[in-house]
Design a protein around this ligand. Structure first.
Ligand code: ATP
Ligand code: LTN
Length: 330
């Protein structure tokens, strides 16, 4: 079985973007791949976190993974920081990556452009190196992610190839898997910007745990355009294109079928039906989440995941140390 690795940062409550761009696909892949999924809590530290909130969010992410349909008997779930090999391998990779290539990462460039004072953490710069460690530690064949992470997976490939070139074949060079639809769910208020859980305004994102009446209102007040036709045109009609994408993914229908269905209907009718579809998706997830978060399941699953993942990761980093001539030969 081919192996997949992916992670989610516990930097906020999960959004419909996380669900459609990542989690829904994990659920589909779990039968055919060996899936390693983790909560990327070390990555959360790139921006300041409140420790009580962070600790709660780590478990929330796992409960949400399970509520969305991941089967703990099939998937290995763990918390990144509980496995020191991630930080250790990341340090080794700092000596296999260049300042120039990290400076070219789009996400990093966007963050420095927004940061007006001089208070950005070094970890925001080195973050893609830690991500490479997360992936390469487990010899992943594939990395299912949203569009925003493609560049980081490409850097991961570069690091793996460089390491293999210098020290002999040691890492599997992974491939990103970006969903053809839903790789970039947009903000409902600013449909040219990614829906993000760490946004300041909450009108542009839908949280998986949002109150359902509120969710419906967010869909109904999503920004569209002054045209009247429900048509998929990302460039000229980004708001409608985004809503069509969400609708298609949640109802398992094609964009074309939806365009035909709403050809002679108003935006209002289209949005109202989509609001119902979103509600029908979220209601059972929310009910399951509430059940899981109060049960011992999350800790059980994480303990099992830790045992399995740490064994693999420890061995890999130990061998990498040996290959580099670190420590004593043992
Ligand atoms: P933030 O919004 O705080 O920057 P994030 O949601 O992008 O964080 P993660 O929670 O780590 O970061 O993302 C987990 C996965 O969800 C990644 O694979 C990411 O590409 C995907 N993802 C996040 N937002 C979207 C979105 N709007 N559309 C599609 N996929 C997304
Ligand atoms: N960088 C990703 C989260 C992440 C990840 C990973 C995804 C950290 N490590 C390894 C896939 C594989 C993000 O910000 N969304």
């Amino acid at each position: 079985m081919k192996r997949m690795v992916s992670g989610i940062k516990p930097t906020g409550e999960l959004t419909l973007g996380n669900y459609l761009g990542a989690i829904q696909n994990f659920v589909r892949f779990q039968d055919d791949y060996e899936l390693f999924l983790f909560v990327a809590d070390l990555h959360a530290l790139t921006t300041p976190q409140n420790k009580t909130v962070l600790r709660k969010r780590i478990k929330d992410v796992v409960a949400m993974y399970l509520a969305c349909g991941l089967n703990p008997n099939k998937v290995t779930l763990f918390v990144q920081s509980e496995i020191p090999a991630h930080s250790q391998m990341s340090y080794l990779f700092e000596s296999h990556s260049y300042v120039g290539e990290l400076s070219r990462m789009t996400q990093y460039k966007d963050k420095i452009a927004k940061n007006t004072n001089d208070s950005m953490h070094v970890s925001l710069f080195t973050y893609p190196v830690l991500m490479a460690a997360d992936i390469l530690l487990y010899d992943a064949d594939f990395v299912p992610v949203g569009d925003d992470q493609k560049q980081h997976v490409e850097l991961t490939r570069t690091i793996a190839e460089r390491f293999n070139h210098r020290h002999g074949d040691f890492f599997v060079v992974p491939e990103p898997i970006i969903p053809p639809l839903g790789a970039r769910i947009m903000d409902l208020q600013e449909p040219t910007k990614k829906m993000s859980k760490s946004d300041i305004s909450d009108k542009g994102f839908i949280l998986l745990m949002d109150d359902l009446a509120r969710t419906k209102n967010k869909i109904k007040s999503a920004v569209t355009d002054s045209d009247t036709v429900v048509r998929y045109d990302v460039k000229n009609k980004p708001g409608i294109a985004n809503l069509l994408t969400i609708y298609a993914l949640l109802s398992d229908s094609s964009i074309e079928a939806l365009e035909r269905k709403y050809a002679s209907q108003s935006y209002q009718a289209f949005k109202s039906d989509l609001a119902d579809v979103v509600e029908q998706t979220l209601a059972p997830i929310q009910a399951k989440y509430k059940e899981i978060i109060t049960s011992p399941l999350v800790d059980q699953v994480l303990d099992e995941g830790l045992a399995k993942a740490s064994d693999i990761a420890y061995k890999k980093v130990r061998k990498a140390n040996q290959l580099l001539g670190l420590g004593r030969k043992r």
